[in-house]
Structures are given as structure tokens and as C-alpha cells.
Ligand binder design. Structure first.
Ligand code: DAT
Ligand code: MG
Length: 150
């Protein structure tokens, strides 16, 4: 049995508005990761301030919370071997200017303040973020029929 690992991925309000939800989910599906939780919501300022608590003293913090609260987001948990690191590689760099073509940021966005997708940066922050955004019963355990082939 492969070692399981989980990451928190959020499709931000700009990618939602720009119709990139299916494209982003498709990339995670096709890679072979397993979707175990998903919700569509407009995140509250309280939730977002907590999510970005480590950045609270940054000058861009108020703008970041406002942007993330400006419309609906798709919050997800994806699982499988090394999903945190590979998920971040699929996203590209925080600043789209540093993101290579082929990555999500490299293909679909231009500005760091509109960088369309969030992914946990470590296993530890993934655990924190998943428990912030999801109740334990909202994360579904099941065996993917493709598991033995991936
Ligand atoms: P990441 O989202 O890649 O983990 P981070 O945790 O350092 O990056 O920052 C969280 C988000 O804050 C990032 O996705 C976009 C925004 N951000 C980061 N640096 C910024 C900056 N210099 N100006 C505006 N927004 C910024
Ligand atoms: Mg981060």
C-alpha cells in the first residue's frame, strides 16, 4: 500500500470566475491523485484570516483576504503519495512570473495577487488547512478503482 498523504487545494475566486475549475480539477484527476473532499463556498473573512495567519503582518494581507473573499472558491482535499510536493509543482511558483509553462500558474495567470490557485506548502500546513476548511466527516475514504494502476 502506497503511503498516503493529503493536500489542501483551493480554486480561488478569479479562476472560478474565469471558468478554470474543470481544467484545474482535470489536471489533478489525470495525474492520478484521489479526490477525497470538495466544497463550493464563499469563504468568510474570519476563515481566510485564519488560513493566511502566518502572513498577517505582510502589507498585502488585507488585499489578499479581500480578494479571496470576493467570490466563491472550490476547496478540495487530494490524496496519494507525495501529493503535497507534486501538487505544488503542478501549481508552479507563487508569483506567476516565475512559473514555467505547463504549470497551472504558468499557463493561466499573470499577477501574484491573482494567482488563481492555492496548494499547501508542506504536510504540516496541509493538516492545519484541511482541519480548518473541512469537518472530519466531510473527508470521504474510499478505494479508487484506478489505485492498483497508478
Ligand atoms: P503560496 O500561496 O505559494 O504558498 P504564500 O503563502 O507566500 O505563497 O502567500 C500566500 C498568497 O499571498 C499567495 O498565493 C499570493 C499572495 N501573495 C504572496 N506574496 C505576495 C505579494 N508580494 N504581493 C501580493 N500578494 C502576494
Ligand atoms: Mg503558503
Amino acid at each position: 500500500m502506497a503511503h498516503q498523504e493529503s493536500t489542501f487545494i483551493a480554486i480561488k475566486p478569479d479562476s472560478m470566475q474565469r471558468g478554470l475549475v474543470g481544467e484545474i480539477i482535470k489536471r489533478f484527476e489525470q495525474k492520478g491523485f484521489r479526490l477525497v473532499a470538495m466544497k463550493f463556498l464563499q469563504a468568510s473573512q474570519e476563515l481566510l484570516k485564519q488560513h493566511y495567519i502566518d502572513l498577517k503582518d505582510c502589507p498585502f494581507f488585507p488585499g489578499l483576504v479581500k480578494y479571496m473573499n470576493s467570490g466563491p472558491v472550490v476547496a478540495m482535499v487530494w490524496e496519494l503519495l507525495n501529493v503535497v510536493k507534486m501538487g505544488r509543482m503542478m501549481l508552479g511558483e507563487t508569483n506567476p512570473v516565475d512559473s514555467k509553462p505547463g504549470t497551472i500558474c504558468g499557463d493561466f495567470c499573470i499577477q501574484v495577487g491573482r494567482n488563481i490557485i492555492h496548494g499547501s506548502d508542506s504536510v504540516k500546513s496541509a493538516e492545519k488547512e484541511i482541519s480548518l476548511w473541512f469537518k472530519p466527516e466531510e473527508v470521504v475514504d474510499y478505494k479508487s478503482c484506478a489505485f492498483d494502476w497508478i
